[in-house]
Design a protein around this ligand. Sequence first.
Ligand code: AMP
Length: 142
Amino acid sequence: MNVAAILKAKGTDVSSVSQDTTLREVAVLLTERRIGAVVVLQDGKVLGIVSERDIVKAVASGGGGALDAPVRDVMTSRVVTCGLNDSVDELMDSMTMGRFRHLPVIEKGELIGIVSIGDVVKHRIAETVMETEAMRLYIANG
Ligand code: AMP
């Protein structure tokens, strides 16, 4: 199973903000959309990514006032991305090595989706269930 299959199931919608958006506005967006991260875009180009973890870190060090800071102050600028042909195993490796839970999907330089650790776990479980069933049928039919 690969990224294309995941996006086929979940869609290509990506929540994005500009680098001037405040952390307070991002917190509201994350809560309303029940997501954990947004991509920071400028003229269609990925400038960074900001997740709930960045907001928690900013509040822990700067208090509630940190929520008035713009996203550009806390976003991660070196964004690791994935492509449509990447496998679920490759995504798991990437998330484990990078210690993050979101991977924007880039194809021909364009942002075309985002995959979260929740999507990866869901598809990994589906794969495991299919493999187990295939094995069960194989054993049952001798
Ligand atoms: P997360 O686990 O996705 O909430 O993110 C943990 C940290 O990694 C935060 O500082 C994010 O800004 C950063 N981060 C999230 N996704 C990525 C990514 N694809 N590439 C680089 N950094 C990321």
